[in-house]
Write a protein that binds this ligand. Structure first.
Ligand code: C2E
Ligand code: MG
Ligand code: MG
Length: 751
């Protein structure tokens, strides 16, 4: 479009230029014709006068003179006329003033040069000087019969001002020039806007001399002034002169050049605008293209992001809904699922049963073997539970070692014992760690049947939980149906927890003492101090019911202090009675042993009651060795340094090995009662106990068996070389007064 516009514009400019030149040429041609015609008319007038003058010789001079005077007066362009005879003597003049001598000389020259009269042969006198006035132009006409020798010469003085007046209105530009040339192209008159130059006889016009045409135009460097002129000429028909109208091309083309520069600059600006616009549009389009590309890419990215987000959402939902460790539904999901089942349960024939399941001794596994083993154990339990149940049943992990099961659409509640037994036997299967160590854990199960044991999910949960606690209380690895009395158990726990601080402060606690008997001579060599709570409403409460609460709340430290103080006081009392004192063993909770000040507290209690250190023994469990071992060992060493004996309680229930225990300040190993229980029936346990005894001896430690209930157990232990025994067989834990009696006897021989 732009190229087309440029093409059209340039073409139009070329046409415009040609038109300007043509118009100028036409104008100039017209002007040259008009002016020369006008001039010829004037000359015709002068020639008529010359013609009339010839009668001057023939007619009366006076008459000729008056006619000549009248003819001159009739023509305002003639300033004056003078008639000369062949001797160049003025015979008549319309003016009394004599003609300039150089004019007379010119007349004389003309008379000599002209041989015959030819009116066409108009004489432009070449004068050595200008006439009196630059506006006057003399013209000479021979007088006489045409074709004959002239009889005189008529001088007609033209008023050039007359001509100027006629043409002054012609708009002829600043460079317009009119020239009058002689027949042989000598300049007679140059007529410029700024003035007239007369008789210069310049010969710029040689080119015109060769022109045979009557009229035409030329484009030449006319004045050799570096400018090109367009000159139009017209050759007079009746006289031998040429009229040339010239104008500089610069002048002619000025409007065109102005229009041209205007057009070109406009078009130039337009071009720049269009190109810039096109550039911006193109770059905009480019940017747009890039943006579009980027948009497509980002769209793709977005789409993949959305897909990923959806995947993540799905995963997050799964994670949020499921227990991350076992993959079972978590508490929230279980609640939702169970509630939706229970909502429609009444419409179905089957029974709905909620089971709460807690792993016995799981905390110990976690604490002794590490969380890693604990986690794998939980995963295994989850797999076993799932495998023991139908797909329609829901198994969930509620947290920690607690699981919940919703049996759905059970045909008969009579199946429940079978299901619970199956779960117990499956979960109780030995579990092998990576090191090949076998772990035994068992579940305690509480069962609540819908709607008998609870009309809604919450009450079913509460009751299944209470039943589960009852299982734990009964000795674990068992299941318990909820019965209405059970709820009082959990309420009881709550009340105990609330009242415990007061119980310590107000001395509601009492110590019972269980003797430790030396198996070589059955002498009482010590007592284990076991705390009880003489509850004003509940009666005697056993430590299993409140020691865990005290440990959870941290009150165990205060409680332990109370026990230690009571033991020291008891020893002091027995000493005062003159009894042979034996060691009193105090059970120490891990929390107490973590306290640096324990040895100094014990020491100050001993000092306070003035009892020797060797009458105090400390029982620790393996779990104390798991947390901040270094600090604990430091405390144990300081106790040892005081002279306090240290025994490791419940040995075998955890997972410590004797070789590990050897490195610790431990003097006595107490074999856990679970190994003693089956010592006669299970060869496994028997062998285990025997090997513990012999190993401990090799390591320089004493061994005491706890939970000895039968003579068989006693015999076995004695045979195995066990040092001491403790258990119901000899005596249950008894109040201080009874313990004093036992001590007084000093021997507990088997019956
Ligand atoms: P433990 O230290 O292993 O104490 C032995 C437990 O076994 C005592 O239960 C005792 O009554 C019981 N026992 C003794 N002989 C037999 C037997 O022949 N057969 C059976 N089945 N059991 C027997 P108790 O008194 O209920 O104490 C339970 C646990 O409470 C103790 O286990 C001990 O860990 C903790 N405990 C008791 N008193 C204190 C205390 O003053 N401080 C701390 N921190 N813990 C205590
Ligand atoms: Mg103990
Ligand atoms: Mg024990």
């Amino acid at each position: 479009m732009l190229a087309l516009t440029w093409g059209i514009t340039l073409q139009w400019l070329a046409a415009n230029k040609a038109m300007a030149v043509d118009t100028a040429r036409m104008q100039q041609n017209n002007l040259s014709v008009i002016v020369s015609e006008n001039l010829e008319q004037l000359l015709d007038g002068a020639r008529t006068i010359a013609f009339t003058s010839k009668e001057w010789r023939e007619g009366s001079p006076a008459e000729v003179t008056s006619r000549l005077t009248a003819m001159r007066a009739a023509n305002p362009a003639f300033l004056r006329i003078s008639l000369y005879d062949v001797e160049a003597t003025r015979v008549y003049s319309s003016s009394p003033v004599p003609d300039d001598p150089f004019l007379v000389a010119a007349v004389s020259d003309a008379l000599q040069a002209v041989s015959d009269v030819d009116f066409k042969g108009l004489i432009w006198p070449a004068m050595s000087a200008l006439p009196e006035d630059a506006w006057h132009m003399p013209l000479l006409f021979p007088v006489g019969k045409p074709g004959s020798t002239p009889v005189g010469m008529l001088m007609v003085m033209f008023d050039l001002g007359y001509l100027l007046k006629v043409y002054q209105r012609i708009e002829f530009g600043t460079s317009g020039i009119i020239h009058i040339l002689t027949g042989d192209a000598q300049e007679v008159l140059e007529w410029r806007p700024e003035g007239l130059v007369f008789n210069s006889r310049k010969r710029y016009f040689v080119t015109f001399a060769g022109q045979s045409a009557a009229t035409g135009s030329l484009m030449t460097d006319l004045f050799q002034d570096g400018r090109v002129y367009l000159s139009s000429f017209n050759r007079a028909e009746r006289y031998s002169f040429l009229l040339v109208v010239s104008r500089s091309m610069q002048d002619i083309l000025a409007p065109h050049l102005k229009a041209r520069s205007h057009s070109l600059s406009t078009l130039g600006i337009l071009t720049i605008i269009i190109i810039a616009g096109a550039y911006f549009i193109a770059s905009g389009l480019g940017r747009h293209g890039k943006l579009f590309g980027a948009l497509v890419v980002s769209n793709d990215k977005n789409r993949s992001l959305i897909t990923r987000l959806e995947d993540e959402k799905g995963r997050a939902f799964l994670l949020a809904a499921h227990d991350h460790l076992t993959g079972l539904p978590n508490r929230r999901t279980f609640t939702e699922l169970a509630m939706s089942h229970l909502a429609t349960a009444r419409q179905h024939r089957g029974h709905y049963v909620l089971m709460y399941l807690d792993l016995d001794r799981f905390k110990l596994v976690n604490d002794t073997l590490g969380h890693h083993v604990g986690d794998i154990l939980l995963q295994t339990v989850a797999i076993r539970l799932r495998a023991s149940l139908r797909d329609s049943d829901i198994v969930a992990r509620l947290g920690g070692d607690e699981f919940a099961i919703l049996l759905t659409g059970l045909a008969s509640v009579d199946d429940l014992p079978m299901i619970a037994d199956k779960i117990i036997s499956q979960v109780s299967q030995p579990f092998k760690t990576q090191d090949g160590q076998e772990i035994h854990v068992s579940p305690s199960i509480g069962i609540a049947v819908f709607p008998r044991d609870g009309q809604d999910f919450d009450s079913l949960c509460k009751n299944a939980d209470a039943a589960m606690y009852e299982s734990k209380r009964k000795g674990r690895s068992t299941y318990t149906y909820y019965d209405t009395g059970l709820n009082s158990t959990s309420e009881r726990r709550f009340n105990l927890e609330q009242r415990l601080p007061k119980a310590i402060a107000e001395d509601e606690l009492v110590l019972h003492f269980q003797p430790k008997v030396n198996l070589s001579d059955f002498r009482i060599v010590g007592f284990e101090a076991l705390v009880r709570w003489q509850h004003p409403e509940l009666g005697l409460v056993y430590p299993d019911d409140f020691i865990p609460l005290a440990e959870e709340t941290g009150l165990i430290v205060e409680l332990g202090e109370w026990v230690a103080r009571s033991c020291c006081r008891q020893q002091a009392a027995w000493q005062a009675e003159g009894l042979d004192c034996v060691a009193l063993a105090i059970n120490m909770s891990p929390l107490q042993l973590q306290r640096e000040e324990l040895p100094s507290r014990i020491e100050s209690l001993l000092t306070e009651h003035d009892v020797p250190a060797d009458v105090i023994e400390i029982e620790i469990t393996e779990t104390v060795l798991l947390k901040s071992l270094e600090a604990t060992v430091m405390v144990l060493r300081r106790l040892e340094a005081l002279g306090v004996q240290i025994s490791l309680d419940d040995f075998g229930s955890g997972f410590s090995s004797l070789s590990y225990v050897r490195t610790l300040p431990i003097h006595i190993i107490k074999i856990d009662k679970q190994f003693i229980r089956d010592i006669r029936n299970s060869t496994h346990d028997g062998v285990l106990v025997a090997s513990i005894i012999s190993l401990a001896h090799n390591l320089g430690m004493q061994v005491i068996a706890e939970g000895v209930e039968t003579l068989e157990q006693l015999i076995y232990l004695k045979t195995a070389g066990c040092d001491q025994a403790q258990g119901y067989y000899f005596s249950r834990p008894v109040p201080a007064a009874s313990a004093r009696d036992l001590l007084r006897n000093g021997v507990l021989a088997p019956s």
